[in-house]
Ligand binder design. Sequence first.
Ligand code: MF3
Ligand code: CO
Ligand code: CO
Length: 302
Amino acid sequence: MQPVRAGKQTPLRPVPDSIARPIWADGTSVERWDESNVKSADVIKKMRHAGREAADTLASLGTVIAPGVTTEEVDAFCHSESIRRDAYPSPLMYPGGSNPFPKSLCTSVNEVICHGIPDDRPLQDGDILNCDVTLYIDGVHGDTNATFYVGQVDPVSQRLVEVTRECTARGIAAAVPGAQINAIGRAIQDHAEDNGYGVIRDFVGHGIGEQFHTDLQVCHYFHPQLTDIIEVGMTFTVEPMISVGSWKAKMWSDGWTATTSDRSRTAQFEHTILITEDGPEILTTPSDPAGHPYWDLAGLGV
Ligand code: MF3
Ligand code: CO
Ligand code: CO
């Protein structure tokens, strides 16, 4: 299959004034502020809502993903679904890269690890496509992604996607109160390497809440120095990127799109989770998980 290349982008899509916007929406740069890792009851309540809406939006993308559809069209659908839910699509104008992120969704095809920018590339039969949705509602973010099959996908890629889903589930299951945060990466790396796969290191999970990304880092490989203790009330993402080949990343000149250095395929799944006394609670479960086998982590140890 041909390597993925940068395509043409369409102009910025407006978000109606009636929708509350994060500070970056108007091109303002973001300074991170100190945000407690442990959230208030009020923030948690809002995050349950934002998480659910993000998950339902992600699930709905499955209805448009097909061979011949461009990633731009998937983005347009995500944009209108976000607005319909009174949400601002958090990636839109988010600072970073060579320019702010110009779209409402990240679309990462085949060897693209993450942060792919939707463009005029038509999806091809046999592609794997990660869609990463983040919604901002009531002052908080919900962040979730999944890797979709486009048409008929080869068995090697199917196994990659399936093992990545298992890695995500195992990482989440390791997020129990009292454990060190590095337990998550250990669980993920063990499972990935048992299957002969590599764990991408350049991108990590993160604390999330009133900010899209807080300074709390969640590595997906074992990083012994990450000894923060997982506490009840914390909210963060688990979002491993797993490669059939090299775990090394190369960046496009757009400053966003990252591919594997050897162009091997990668997959990713992401959930926003809340730590409760009973263990992790997934905030980004869709309303009807049974209808979406990709998101149903039942039977995978969570
Ligand atoms: N949703 C991504 C994450 O999981 C971040 C995307 S930032 C963007 O952290 F600007 F590329 F959208
Ligand atoms: Co994230
Ligand atoms: Co994300």
